[in-house]
Design a protein around this ligand. Structure first.
Ligand SMILES: Nc1nc2c(c(=O)[nH]1)N[C@H]1C(S)=C(S)[C@@H](COP(=O)(O)O)O[C@H]1N2
Ligand SMILES: [Mo]
Length: 418
């Protein structure tokens, strides 16, 4: 993990002056640069812990180029998108949520970036981003990405972690090469069962021996068509907080599988054991548990596909409406398609089928719309309920689990109709 080490300032500076280590130099130069950006010197900048921005600028920093996101945490940076800002069929980069476990690399330029593919590979690869483009077919796909903890805020008893409500989900258009093509070029040996993903971000502690997160995929999933190694989103460079210059995009599985700032993929003969792969991270009990139950660690299983879910993106919760309104949103179900989307405006007594589009491609969410007519003025709620190709349907209940994952309960918005 050579891109993950960090030399003390003096050494980094000396190295930068003699040639290599440009990335490291930028890391230390960053703080002085921030002072310059503020128009003031930061006299004690050497004492500011690694990864701290001046507090007055903290949210501005990572959120540059983002629009309307709700900041949940600024170290690490975590920000979600209000549902009404997710109305576009394809999510603009400015509205794609951010979920960081550690501190992003300072230098996210494509120049000099390399991806290593090693482990149980017949012919290990080391490729530049230009090399990836030249050697493999470049494809563009709309791919839905949802954090495993989206909806955690509604758990009772509460689950610790980022209190995501609805907005840790997005479906942007990603351009890159298929992970499958790259792994096949590296030669997947017969004993390979799992991948391991490594990125260039650093642990919150600043300890370079620790990684913030390193997860992986069963090899069968890694070899499916819609898993991309992406270098563009929505026709432009990746946003620095969304993994520039290179990341994985694994649609339909917890967002944590989609390693950002990707530097290395290892082929393994056993399930990966990196940070946030083990213990209770991104795992749920193997059987239903009652809210608040203590579950022994060994009874947790790794989360694979994300469950059936939908979002109402118009109208906004609390909006005023006339006697008739269009209602619209998105629906998705990991590794499956959504077959029906029903809405109710009478608290579930009756349901009306919405017009539901097929996905733009495998791994994309599906857009839906309906027209609702209200009988008289007053307060109403619109509820949306998706049913997928295996007959799995959303409910209002939560399958409570200790870490607050996989909340797919129905979304509802209140309307004042006059
Ligand atoms: N290197 C790295 N990759 C990462 C993460 C991270 O902290 N570091 N967070 C993961 C998690 S938990 C999620 S939900 C997605 C979020 O992607 P986004 O920030 O582009 O929305 O990135 C994943 N990839
Ligand atoms: Mo996540």
């Amino acid at each position: 993990m050579a891109t993950n080490d960090k030399a003390p300032p003096a050494a980094a500076k000396a190295e930068a002056e003699t040639g290599p280590g440009r990335r490291r130099f930028l890391k230390t130069a960053g703080l002085a640069g921030l002072g310059a950006a503020a128009g003031l010197a930061v006299p004690f900048h050497r004492n500011l812990p690694h990864g701290f921005f001046p507090a007055a600028m903290a949210s501005e920093n990572g959120l540059a180029g983002k629009e309307g996101l709700t900041l949940l945490n600024d170290r690490p940076l975590n920000a979600e998108t209000p549902p009404e800002l997710l109305d576009d069929p394809v999510t603009p980069t400015a509205r794609h949520f951010i979920r960081n476990n550690g501190l992003p690399p300072d230098d996210t330029s494509a120049e000099g970036w390399t991806l290593t593919v090693d482990g149980f590979a017949e012919s290990p690869l080391e490729l530049s981003i230009a090399g990836l483009r030249d050697r493999f077919e470049v494809v563009t796909l709309a791919l839905a990405l949802e954090c495993g903890g989206n909806g955690r805020a509604f758990f009772d008893p509460p689950a610790s972690g980022n209190q995501w409500t609805y907005g840790a989900v997005a479906c942007s258009e990603w351009t890159g090469v298929r992970l499958r093509d790259v792994l096949e070029a590296a030669g997947v040996q017969d004993n390979v069962v799992y991948t391991a993903h490594y990125g260039a971000d650093t642990h919150l502690s600043g300890d370079t021996d620790k990684l913030p997160i390193s997860r992986g995929l069963p090899i069968d999933k890694a070899l499916t068509d819609s898993v991309l190694i992406a270098f563009q989103m929505n026709g432009a460079d990746l946003h620095p907080m969304n993994g520039a210059p290179l990341r994985l995009v694994v649609p339909g599985w917890p967002g944590s599988c989609s390693q950002k700032w990707l530097t290395r993929i290892e082929l393994r003969d056993q399930v990966h054991d990196g940070p946030k792969m083990t213990g209770t991270s991104y795992r749920v009990p193997a059987y239903p548990v009652a809210p608040g139950d203590d579950v022994p660690k060994e009874d947790f299983r790794i989360i694979e596909r994300m469950p059936v879910k939908s979002l109402i993106t118009f109208p906004a919760n609390g909006a005023a409406s006339g006697m008739e309104t269009e209602v619209r949103g998105h629906a998705w179900s990991g590794d499956r398609t959504v077959d029906r989307l029903d809405i109710s405006h009478d608290f579930g007594a009756s349901w009306q089928a919405a017009e539901l589009d097929p996905p733009a491609n495998d791994g994309a969410w599906q857009n839906w719309r309906a027209t609702v007519r209200f009988p008289v003025a007053g307060y109403y709620e619109i509820w949306a309920r998706a049913t997928d190709s295996e007959g799995e349907m959303q409910r209002f209940a939560i399958d409570w689990n200790p870490k607050g994952y996989l909340n797919n309960r129905m979304h509802r918005v209140g309307l004042r109709v006059s």
